[in-house]
Design a protein around this ligand. Structure first.
Ligand code: IPM
Ligand code: SF4
Length: 413
């Protein structure tokens, strides 16, 4: 019986020839990433719970302060200090203020064929480069840190055969929200969403990141693409080499298969308070907004900043709206500066912030108040995600978010 890409990665990490869904294997981890959301808890467990605290291989570890940057209160400052001190003491790669963790990982670490655990649910982003990335809690993270290994219950894979090409003005974010709307927030629970087909060839690594990143919002263990020439070109540009390049075998077994026609996708919006409550954007046009957010590990890269800047150039943010523009990393920020995009946003009245998670998770910048409405390129719109429990978050593409920031209400670009 053939294997899927995900199964091949797990088999290699387990040192066996063959795995199948339902098997449990002990695996060697290639890398472990943790951010300021939970690292302080891992550090506490490391110091207080272990009889023989040790780190298997500090070179496998990456710590990234990205969720609350710079620290916004004494509690987050203390948590970050704990993380910083620990990283220094153990010579762990440490990043602070340089960008959202998944963006930093993609720019600097992730290689095809790797198995990566991250103490963050959107670690599934790394499938854009043909790696198996998945989120774990801090107990599993601690185990991985101490032993360099972990366990994986081999997930089933679900095939998404992409055909055609997205129409002009329709983006990978519309595509992935549409898929999540169709299959539901539990649509791929503990399964791998494998994206393939000729339509995949029309998607850049950025586009693939958008899809893989949101796979967890359909309950998936991860999302993955084959590391084809597009992924390998990205890798080379970033000065890295693949660990291994896997293709799914023709006789690999899938739990289900979907065919998605990209040319039929339209701009969509996920309505509050569920990522799978997806409707055509035109159905919610006219909803008044208080804030708009262009950023996050899903949609804060140069591609989206270009889309936003292209729409807002020469126009103004509505008086009633705060428009937060937050590049996903420092390198995205610098590229945007070089291309004059930051100037365009500033001229329009947008608030351009330092790279970090920002209002995507509503704990740091741009928190919204009682009954306020945000339109966002972030990942989630759960109740209270961006601030007050009565506030509302609509999720849309960079184009829809920017057009709405100008209009003061949800509008199509
Ligand atoms: C803080 C972190 C653990 C969390 C996650 O796991 O995803 C956050 O990044 C989010 O997007 O909700
Ligand atoms: S940008 Fe949002 S989804 Fe991504 S890691 Fe930060 S809080 Fe989580």
């Amino acid at each position: 019986m053939g294997m899927t890409i995900a199964e091949k990665i797990i088999a290699a990490a387990a040192g066996v020839d063959h795995v199948k869904p339902g098997d449990i294997h002990t695996v060697n981890l290639d890398r472990l990433m943790s951010n300021d959301g939970t690292t302080h808890l891992t550090v506490d467990m490391y110091h207080n719970k272990l009889t023989n605290p040790r780190i298997a291989d500090p070179e496998k570890l990456v710590f990234i302060v990205d969720h609350n940057v710079p620290a916004d209160n004494p509690k987050t400052a203390a948590a970050q200090k704990k993380m910083r001190d620990f990283a220094r003491e153990h010579q762990i790669d440490f990043w602070e203020g340089k960008g959202v963790c998944h963006q930093i990982m993609m720019e600097n670490y992730v290689c095809p064929g790797e198995l990566i655990f991250g103490a963050d649910s959107h670690t599934c982003t790394y499938g854009a480069l043909g790696a198996f990335g998945t989120g774990v809690g801090c107990t599993d993270f601690l185990y991985g840190m101490v032993t360099g290994t972990s366990w994986v219950l081999v997930p089933e894979s679900v095939k998404f055969n992409l055909v055609g090409k997205l129409p002009e003005g329709v983006y990978p974010r519309d595509l992935m929200l549409t898929i999540i709307g169709q299959i539901g927030a539990n649509g791929c629970n503990y399964q791998v969403m494998e994206f393939c087909g000729e339509g995949a060839k029309t998607l850049s690594v950025n586009d693939r990141m958008v899809l893989c990143n949101l796979s967890v919002e359909a309950g998936a263990k991860t999302g993955i693409f084959e590391a084809d020439e597009i992924a390998l070109a990205y890798l080379e540009e970033h000065g890295r080499k693949p660990k291994a390049v896997y293709k799914s075998d023709p006789d690999a077994v899938y739990a289900r298969e979907y065919t998605i026609d990209l040319s039929a996708i339209q701009p969509v919006i996920a309505r509050p308070d569920f990522v799978d409550d997806v409707v055509p954007a035109k159905e919610v046009c006219g909803v008044k907004i208080d804030e708009a957010f262009l950023g996050s590990c899903n949609n804060g890269r140069i591609e989206e900043l270009r889309i936003g800047a292209g729409i807002i150039k020469g126009k103004k943010v509505a008086d009633s709206v705060r428009f937060l523009v937050v590049p996903a990393s420092l390198s995205v920020y610098k590229q945007a500066l070089k291309e004059g995009l930051i100037d365009i946003f500033m001229e329009s009245g947008a608030i351009v912030m330092n790279p970090n998670c920002s209002v995507c998770w509503g704990s740091c910048q741009g928190v919204i108040g009682e009954n306020e409405v945000l339109i966002s390129t972030g990942t989630r719109n759960f109740k209270g995600r961006a601030g007050h429990p009565s506030s509302k978050v609509y999720l849309g593409s960079a184009a829809t978010v920017t057009a709405s920031a100008i209009a003061g209400e949800i509008t199509l670009a």
